[in-house]
Ligand binder design. Structure first.
Ligand SMILES: [Zn+2]
Length: 244
């Protein structure tokens, strides 16, 4: 089985971002050990009532990099996860658009300038979320499925396709099994078409080679010459596509 994994969230960001000094709160209780808690950018040390100040300080400094990573992760999570709400930001086809709820009898999604308009009667964030999901699934069905089939015909492997599935998963963009089941994550429809085409290519090429060998990448390259740039792009931005 060959997978194309979604890079761990924030990997790209943790490398070059920094957390400035942080404060922490100490809560003493009858507990026996020291523990750290982080929530909404607050660091809390829970410790036994007799723990000394030095002991607590050492505990914090020993765990400093872990704390910094968690604080940064939480900050990026809050800032960059997609929230389907009025005024929210959506990273759509490599552009940041403002989500705009619009009252209207007809249910539809429109891109107008830098607005991502979600129209429905008595729209709520919950209804809007479902509408965005339906929109992306429909787009995936209409774009990804026929293109994957056409590429498979071109590579003379169309008889190997058993099924093309569309599924939202947190851990991967695509998947191809040795019995010809190809799966695509429909969240990719938020990406530019070049990226979507790369993902289509990636999985279809696995019908020929079920690995990431040299000859596999040579084949990918023959269809999608800039594939390494697309992988880089995905590593940097894919965390912005997730919403639940
Ligand atoms: Zn792969």
């Amino acid at each position: 089985m060959a997978k194309s994994k979604i890079a761990p969230l924030y990997r790209t960001y943790l490398g070059n971002s920094k957390i400035e000094e942080f404060q922490y709160e100490v809560i003493r209780s009858s507990r026996k050990t020291l523990a750290l808690y982080i929530k909404e950018q607050k660091v809390v040390v829970r410790c036994p009532s007799r723990a000394s100040k030095i002991e607590i300080k050492e505990f914090v400094s020993k765990n400093r990099s872990w704390i910094e990573d968690r604080l940064l992760e939480e900050r990026l999570l809050q800032r960059e996860f997609l929230k389907i709400e009025q005024g929210g930001k959506i990273f759509f086809r490599a552009r940041e658009l403002t989500i705009t709820f619009k009252e209207g009898r007809k249910k539809r999604i429109l891109i107008d300038g830098n607005k991502f308009i979600i129209q429905d009667h008595r729209l709520t964030p919950a209804k809007a979320k479902i509408q965005v999901e339906e929109y992306l699934i429909a787009k995936a069905r209409e774009y990804i499925v026929p293109r994957a089939k056409a590429l498979a015909i071109c590579l003379e492997v169309n008889n190997k396709i058993t099924e093309i599935k569309l599924r939202k998963t947190k851990s991967k963009w695509g998947h191809c099994t040795s019995n010809g089941i190809i799966q695509y994550n429909w969240l990719i429809m938020l990406a530019p078409y070049s990226i979507i085409d790369y993902m289509i290519t990636h999985e279809v090429c696995h019908l020929l080679y079920m690995d990431h060998s040299r000859r596999y990448w040579k084949l990918v390259e023959s269809i999608c010459p800039k594939y390494d740039q697309y992988i880089e792009w995905l590593n940097a931005y894919e965390h912005r596509f997730w919403f639940d």
